[in-house]
Design a binder for this molecule. Sequence first.
Ligand code: PLP
Length: 405
Amino acid sequence: MDYASIFAEALETLRTEGRYREFADIRRRCGAFPVAQHFRENGVSEIKVWCSNDYLGMGQNPAVLAAMHAAIDEAGAGSGGTRNISGTTHYHVELERELADLHDKSSALLFTSGYVANEAALSTLSRLLPGCVIFSDEMNHASMIAGIRHGRGPKRIWKHNNLRDLENQLAAYDRDIPKVVAFESVYSMDGDIAPIGEICAIAKQHNALTYLDEVHAVGLYGPRGGGVAERDNVLDAIDIVEGTLAKGFGLMGGYIAASRDICDAIRSFAPGFIFTTSLAPAIVGGALASVRHLKQSTVERIAHQERAERLKGLLRERSLPLLENPSHIVPVMVGDPVLCKALTDALLAEFGIYVQPINYPTVARGTERIRLTPGPLHSDDNMAELVDALDHLWGKLGLNRALAA
Ligand code: PLP
């Protein structure tokens, strides 16, 4: 067996399709975001980051940093174990209480990432509920798909945000068969938002549990940062909320919030929760400060929405192909993987602007794009510089301005 050539061929396929991933080696400058240092073979240069999911800049919020330093001083570096074996620190307990309260649930459960939370929770639900059918929105994130697959139960894929299709598919099953309707609030690549209330109403009519991924909404929407379900006043229609500490809250880690029994069951049966070392106290302490801060401060949320609207306006003025949506996400369509990479390479090399190309399988072929994430720390000058560079490169590379129309 020629193992080496199998790997080489697989990688060559990615290269010829223009979707081989190159990671930028960067170090964010604390206190100066969006500025970062870019490390290359021929030296270090300063760049501006336009694709970070630290949407609100909480990754450098002074209260968060102070809490992380304090946790290291108080408790040291790692948690020292799995949750069951010495890894349930007081930081974890407090954060779970805070997250349960954020989503108006009786319990919450921390995981090492949002990906793990989805994988562990959905696969465990599927295995615990006898004959459970999972109804999954067709645009659900890879982590939800992994959890559903891993659960090995029956699944139905419903058309994206399509209430009629959901209703029809649910109606095909007896009321007494356990069901879970799994979907997201803000879809991270198109930036569209699910009609949560309507989806939940249909799910309840058919006696289904509701599972909502609010990864791209927690911290960002709702009066206390509880997500779109909080904003829309439908928190109690959701049985299981899943979120991340890595985006709006600026750290890392994931969680679910739900009833005491659901959390207890997942805590007790999910291998992805049980058999792994828990998050480090500094991470959890920092997240606690971040969640608490965003529960009572709306400054960041207001500035975030204002910055996103402002950038969208500038892109429209230049007739750049913005994919319109009602959220903070700013996708600009390119429609070709090779051109998408050429665009982001030129942005970085010529303008010191860092955006990753978004290619298949993250998005469908032919819908390749850049995904801009403006936040409270991007200034008007940063935006002018970005839009000038995009306008120039759209012309130079012959990119289509009519794509998102
Ligand atoms: N769910 C959605 C919709 C996501 O976009 C992501 C990651 O980007 C995740 C879950 C996973 O979250 P995390 O990055 O915390 O693993």
